[in-house]
Structure formats: C-alpha cells, structure tokens
Design a protein around this ligand. Structure first.
Ligand SMILES: Cc1cc2nc3c(=O)[nH]c(=O)nc-3n(C[C@H](O)[C@H](O)[C@H](O)COP(=O)(O)OP(=O)(O)OC[C@H]3O[C@@H](n4cnc5c(N)ncnc54)[C@H](O)[C@@H]3O)c2cc1C
Length: 368
C-alpha cells in the first residue's frame, strides 16, 4: 500500500518516519507549526544510548543503535555524529555489583559492554574525581546533533513541508489552522509533547529537562559520562530529580545535564533545580565549577506511564498511526520507531517481535 501520507511534526521522530515512508514509495507532506528539527529535538542532548530499564526499552534502543550505525556514514558533517561511547559510572562497590547484571543484559542484546575498575576509569577519564569505584563502558553508543539529522532526512525524502498547525485529525484528512484540509491515506502523528492536544486519549505528560553548555575548555572528557544512578532519576517517582550526565562537544564545550520535572508546562528555568543539577555534576567532575555557562535552556520530553513510546496504528481510528511519547530517548529511538512503522504498513515481520508499543496497552481495559 502507498499513497498520500501526512506526518504531523518535523522533529526527529517525524523525520525518521518520513524517511521510511518515502523509501516505501509514499508521497509525504510534513506539517510543522514551528521549525523542522525544533521542538524537543533541538532541546535534547543527542545521546544515542542503549538503555535497559525494561526488556522492551532494551530491544528498542538496541535496534535503534544498529540503525544509527547504518545511517551514520550517510550523514552530513554538520550532524556531528561521533561514536564516543558511554561510561556508566559507579560511585561505590554496590554500584559496581549493580553494573554486572547490566553488562549481561547488554551482551544478551548483542551490544558490547566492558566493566572498568577504578584505575582504568581514572586512566580513561582523568578529569573525574578520585575515589570512584569503576564504570561500565558501552563503546557503541554515540552522540549526534539531531536538528541537522531531522532536516537531512526530510530533505532526502523529498517531502513537502507545510508550515502550519494541524488542528484536528479526521478520517482521510487533517485540518490545518491556515490552509484547507489536507488529504491523507495515512496520517502519522509525531507531534512530541504537543501531540496531547490532538490525542487526548493518549496518556502523555510533559516532563521538563534543563541543559547547560559551557565555554570551550581543555578539560579532557572523551566519553558521554553518566552516573549509574541515572535510571533512578529517569524512571523514578514524580519528584523533581537530577543526575550527572555530561557530554563532550566537538567544539571543546561540555553539555551538562540532566534534570527531570513533571508539572511545569512552560519553559522557564528552575534555578533551584539547576543549582542541584550543576552541584551533582561538579561532584563527579570538580573542574566544572571553574567553567562559565554559555547557554542554559529547557525542553519538554513527552512521557507515558510506562516510559515507553506509543507506536502503532490507532486502535479506533483507521489510517491514523501514533509515534509519540518518546520521553528522554526519542533521538535514539526515532529510527527504531520508523522501522516499526515500516513493518506495520507493509505487513512485514516486526523488527521487535514480542514487543507491544501500541496504545491498547493503556486503553485495553476500556475496550474490554
Ligand atoms: C533536556 C532534554 C534532553 C534530552 N536528551 C536526549 C538524549 O540525549 N537522547 C535521546 O535519545 N533523547 C533525548 N531527549 C528526548 C528527545 O529530545 C525527544 O524524545 C525527541 O526529540 C522527540 O522527538 P519528536 O519528534 O517526537 O518531538 P519534537 O522534537 O518535539 O517534534 C515534534 C514537532 O511537532 C510539531 N507539532 C506538534 N503538534 C503539531 C501540530 N498540531 N501541528 C503541526 N506541528 C505540530 C512541533 O512544533 C515539533 O516541532 C531529550 C529531551 C530533553 C528535553
């Protein structure tokens, strides 16, 4: 089946879906109310990371990293793709023991992962404070500047981009704020945090994050550095949380994250939370305290109750495909999401057998 497809949203997820649709022979129109590659895509860190918080997350991130590996050689230099790997840092022996099952999970998913002792960690990352217990090194992880990738994929697809807002989704068309209705044999909703306005039945909540970029520095930081406690922050309670997460940029700057906050919908900076975040980062990389921040910004992740995206046909609305709720992993998992879309519309075998990311996992009870 091919025809006219409308993709709502030109962020990383919409761009990846556009790319797959075009390769399958669809005529694609991307409707984007802001800038292509804007939204959360422009606010994120661009860490391409395998995460193992749940079997489904491990499968989706692992598939996605394989797809990023294949895409990387085609990307323009401005996409700044670098396979710097991730070091998951253990502060103490308890965290070292916790890294062992994590390593086994990575191996089971076919991803390389090596346990480093304290001396090896200090040799690889001498700017880290002394006294850390070790790390799990995942060399296949990478970083990318996602807005450029989103623009690249949409241009490569030859898709038409309409600068407008989709105000309603109807059978066979989408309603636009400025233009007339747009015919669509298939509509893919990839609207990030704003998708909740079009899809009130999908349980999406904005989860705000803040990032800081420093001035240029000679500080030797080679990997994306993340504390092992990050998962507690990423998938923990409703409370505001921070975790050490630092990325070296090709410019010599350091990108510092990360914070998570349900509740505030706006993009104002929460200075108290920012102080907590920077304090946590300086506990691991003390020299950060001497650097100036060049820019601070916030962005909205779009979270579901189980921290997995909603990917699949809408159970009640024919021709409507959902690609939303990617929370803090949407740059990574955009490519896996698009692969699922490709399999679903061609009737091909799922690239993630046994993994159900459909909306029915939340609404099943209502339909029962
Ligand atoms: C601080 C922070 C750090 C992050 N770090 C990482 C990371 O390191 N690695 C990672 O993998 N992920 C990371 N993420 C998550 C990642 O950025 C998001 O999951 C991802 O960008 C989501 O992409 P998207 O295309 O779904 O949404 P978006 O990028 O938000 O794009 C959605 C687009 O849809 C448009 N839109 C919405 N509704 C409409 C409408 N009705 N009509 C027309 N247009 C519409 C919007 O204007 C927007 O441009 C981070 C996020 C934040 C906030």
């Amino acid at each position: 089946m091919t025809g006219q497809a409308v993709v709502v949203g030109g962020g990383m997820v919409g761009a990846a879906c556009t790319d797959v649709l075009a390769r399958l022979g669809w005529q694609v129109t991307v409707v984007e109310s802001g800038a292509v590659g804007g939204g959360a895509t422009a606010a994120g860190m661009g860490h391409l990371v395998v995460m193992d918080d749940s079997p489904a997350q491990l499968a989706l991130t692992s598939l996605s990293l394989t797809l990023w590996d294949a895409l990387a050689p085609q990307l323009p230099a401005q996409a700044e793709y670098r396979r710097c790997g991730t070091l998951w840092i253990a502060s103490d022996e308890t965290e070292v023991r916790g890294a062992q099952p994590k390593q086994r999970q990575y191996h089971a998913a076919g991803r390389d992962a090596t346990l480093l002792d304290a001396a090896e960690l200090a040799r690889l990352e001498p700017a880290l404070r002394g006294g850390l217990a070790g790390a799990l090194r995942v060399p296949g992880d990478a970083v990318v500047y996602a807005p450029v990738v989103a623009r690249f994929l949409i241009e490569r697809a030859g898709a038409q981009v309409r600068r407008d807002e989709v105000t309603a989704l109807e059978d066979g068309c989408v309603r636009l704020h400025r233009g007339g209705p747009l015919r669509a044999d298939l509509t893919v909703v990839a609207g990030g945090a704003e998708a909740a306005r079009l899809l009130p039945e999908v349980p999406l909540r904005p989860r705000r994050g803040q990032l800081v970029i420093t001035e240029r520095t000679d500080l030797p930081v080679r990997h994306q550095l993340v504390e092992l406690g990050y998962l507690r922050s990423a998938h923990g309670s409703d409370e505001d949380s921070v975790a050490f997460n630092v990325q070296p940029r090709p410019t010599g700057q350091l990108l510092i994250g990360s914070s998570r906050q349900f509740g505030p919908a706006g993009r104002d900076i929460d200075w108290a939370l920012l102080r907590r975040m920077l304090g946590r980062a300086a506990e691991f990389l003390p020299a950060l305290a001497d650097l100036s921040a060049l820019r601070i910004w916030t962005g909205l992740r779009s979270a579901t109750p189980d921290h997995l995206p909603v990917v699949g046909f809408h159970p009640d609305r024919p021709g409507l495909y959902l690609a939303v709720g990617h929370e803090g992993l949407g740059i990574t998992t955009a490519l896996g999401t698009a692969a699922l879309l490709g399999a679903d519309i061609t009737g091909g075998a799922s690239p993630l057998p046994g993994v159900d990311l459909g909306l029915g996992r939340f609404t099943g009870a209502l339909h029962a």
